[in-house]
Ligand binder design. Structure first.
Ligand SMILES: Nc1ncnc2c1ncn2[C@@H]1O[C@H](COP(=O)(O)OP(=O)(O)OP(=O)(O)O)[C@@H](O)[C@H]1O
Length: 265
C-alpha cells in the first residue's frame, strides 16, 4: 500500500534484448516505485539475467528504453545511477583480499576516501563476516564469499540494488539466513530492489511485487502483488498458499518448467 504513493523511479518501455538474431527478451514494459522490492520470476533461460543486465546498464537494449528517475540510460550525458549489483556468482578478484575487493568498489564510487574504513567495518559486521576482512576469497566458503559480494554492492549506499539469483548456489540454511539479512538491510536502506529468482517461495518471501515472466523470449505474464504484511516467516502457511496460487497460474506460460519449480519449492 505504502509504495503506491511513492514516485516511479525505474521504468522499462518496450524493452527488448537480442543476441544476434536470437531474441532473449521480447517487449517488456514495467514501472518500479522508489523503495519497492520487486522480484523477477521466470523459468530457467527465459531471459531474466539479460533483462537485469540491461536495467543495470551493463548491456545496451536491442530495442526500447530504460529510464532511471526519468533519465534514459545510454545517452552521452546521462548520469550513472548509484547502483549495486549482486551477481549469481561472487565475482571477487582472487588476488585481492576481502578488504581490497571492497576498496575497488569504493574507488569506482564517489564515497569519500576518509570514510572507507568505517564503511567496510560496518558492512562486514552487518553481514557477520568482519573476521574475514583480510582473508583471501579462496579461503572463504561459498556462503561467506556471497556475503562479501553482497557487502560490495551495499557499500556504496546504492539507491538501486539489482540481484541476480544471488542465493541459488548456496545451501538452504545459508540461503535462509542471507534472505533474512537481505530483508532487514533493504528495509533499513530504503533502496529500490530488483531481485531475479526462479524460486517462487523466495520471491513471495522477499518481494512486495513479482513480475512473472513467460518462457523465453521473456514477456511479462503477470504483475503480482504479494498480499502479505511484513515481517514474514519463510515457513508460514500463508506464504505456502501464495506459492501454490502462483504455481497454478504459471502452469501454462511456463509449460514443463513448472514441475521443476514445484520440486525446488
Ligand atoms: N551472451 C550471450 N550470447 C548469446 N546468447 C545468450 C547470451 N546470454 C544469454 N543468451 C541466451 O539468451 C537466453 C536468455 O538467457 P538469460 O541468461 O538471460 O536467461 P535466465 O532466465 O537468466 O536464465 P537462468 O535462470 O538459467 O540463469 C538464453 O537462451 C541464453 O542462451
Amino acid at each position: 500500500m505504502e509504495n503506491e504513493s511513492k514516485p516511479s523511479v525505474l521504468k522499462a518501455v518496450d524493452l527488448g534484448v537480442s543476441y544476434g538474431n536470437s531474441q532473449a527478451v521480447a517487449r517488456l514494459d514495467f514501472d518500479i516505485r522508489k523503495g519497492e522490492f520487486v522480484a523477477i520470476l521466470g523459468p530457467s533461460g527465459c531471459g531474466k539475467s539479460s533483462m537485469l543486465n540491461v536495467i543495470s546498464g551493463l548491456r545496451a537494449p536491442s530495442r526500447g528504453r530504460v529510464l532511471v528517475e526519468g533519465q534514459e540510460l545510454f545517452t552521452p550525458n546521462s548520469k550513472p545511477p548509484r547502483l549495486g549489483y549482486v551477481f549469481q556468482s561472487h565475482r571477487l578478484l582472487p588476488w585481492r583480499t576481502v578488504r581490497q575487493n571492497l576498496e575497488i568498489a569504493l574507488a569506482a564510487s564517489s564515497v569519500p576516501r576518509d570514510t572507507w574504513n568505517d564503511r567496510i567495518d560496518e558492512i562486514l559486521s552487518i553481514l557477520h563476516i568482519a573476521q574475514f576482512k583480510d582473508a583471501w576469497p579462496m579461503r572463504l566458503s561459498g556462503g561467506q564469499r556471497q556475503r562479501v559480494s553482497i557487502a560490495r554492492a551495499l557499500l556504496i549506499d546504492p539507491a538501486y540494488i539489482l540481484m541476480d539469483e544471488p542465493l541459488s548456489t548456496l545451501d538452504e540454511v545459508t540461503a535462509r539466513s542471507l534472505r533474512e539479512e537481505l530483508t532487514g538491510i533493504c528495509q533499513r536502506t530504503e533502496a529500490t530492489v530488483v531481485f531475479v529468482t526462479h524460486s517462487i517461495r523466495e520471491a513471495v518471501y522477499l518481494a512486495d511485487r513479482i513480475l512473472i515472466l513467460t518462457r523465453g523470449p521473456a514477456k511479462i505474464f503477470e504483475d503480482y502483488k504479494i498480499p502479505l504484511d511484513r515481517p514474514r516467516d519463510y515457513d508460514d502457511a500463508r506464504i505456502g498458499d501464495v506459492v501454490a496460487d502462483i504455481t497454478r497460474r504459471v502452469q501454462a506460460p511456463w509449460g514443463l518448467a513448472v514441475q521443476k519449480e514445484e520440486e525446488s519449492v
